[in-house]
Design a protein around this ligand. Structure first.
Ligand SMILES: [Zn+2]
Length: 269
């Protein structure tokens, strides 16, 4: 009798649970790409802090949180202080067939006056045309390490892919992902909101999954540059990005969930 009651309770519990969609059951696969590395230091703070180190530190914190909080499977393009060409990052990302791609960078201003003045957070997704002068400058700086030899061919390939962009679902999802992350970053850090922007970033072009590039702050600014080196601030950035990813995944899973009345899954024999 007791056994039968236990079985009945078990059956009731199973029937009361919402039927999970297959997407909800599968852990999200996320490629995290820390910018620069090795001899390519990226931007620099007034005290000599390098973008390549901040991007790796934030990326490692992000990996831990995505795994712990979202149960995600995280793949890093680099997990050491090594140089990694931009085409290899794209190739790695596509091989993993991820659900999304996050590239982590720090921004910088070129002149003494602007370095002292400009700070804040920008979140990017790919576009043939830069949103504004800021976006153009960021793409130029981040694309500086792109292979020169592939320039001509790269340009025509870029143009071909970009023509098709507006029609692809991944591109629309890149926009959704950028807004989801950016809102959380601004709310959590109180950082200056420099907007969700679009620009032709080499490392985003050709990535088949929804992809964003996050400039987590201006490392060239005396105060923000200092904050970016602090463990607690890096943790706050990583937490906000994780919450943005959580919101994005919930949104697309709801959208992609099968329509119609839910039926209980058949019992396994
Ligand atoms: Zn960078």
């Amino acid at each position: 009798m007791k056994l039968r009651l236990t079985a009945l309770v078990g059956l009731l519990v199973v029937l009361c649970l919402p039927a999970p969609s297959s997407a909800a059951e599968r852990p999200a696969r996320i490629v995290v790409d820390p910018g620069h590395g090795g001899a390519v230091g990226g931007a620099q703070s007034p005290t000599g802090l390098l973008e390549k180190d901040v991007s790796l530190q934030v990326a490692r914190r992000l990996r831990t949180l995505l795994e712990k909080e979202l149960g995600a499977q995280v793949l890093m393009t680099r997990d050491e202080d090594v140089a990694l060409p931009l085409p290899e990052r794209v190739e790695f990302a596509n091989k993993q067939r991820p659900d999304l791609f996050l590239s982590i960078h720090c921004n910088a201003m070129p002149t003494k006056r602007t370095r002292a003045r400009v700070q804040g957070i920008e979140t990017y997704f790919l576009s043939a045309n830069a949103s504004n002068a800021t976006a153009r400058a960021a793409a130029d700086r981040e694309n500086a390490e792109a292979p020169v030899a592939r320039g001509a061919q790269g340009d025509s390939t870029l143009a071909f892919i970009l023509q098709d962009l507006a029609r692809t679902e991944a591109h629309q999802d890149s926009s959704r992902l950028a807004y989801a992350i950016h809102q959380k970053l601004i709310a959590s850090t109180g950082g200056s909101d420099r907007g969700v922007l679009q620009a032709p970033f080499y490392v985003l072009n050709g990535v088949e999954a929804p992809a964003v590039l996050i400039e987590v702050g201006y490392i060239s600014h005396p105060e923000e540059g200092g904050r970016l080196g602090r463990a607690d601030y890096q943790e706050r950035l990583a937490t906000a990005i994780t919450e943005g990813v959580r919101g994005f995944l919930a949104e697309i899973r709801k959208r992609d969930a099968p329509k119609g009345p839910r039926v209980a899954a058949p019992a396994t024999p």
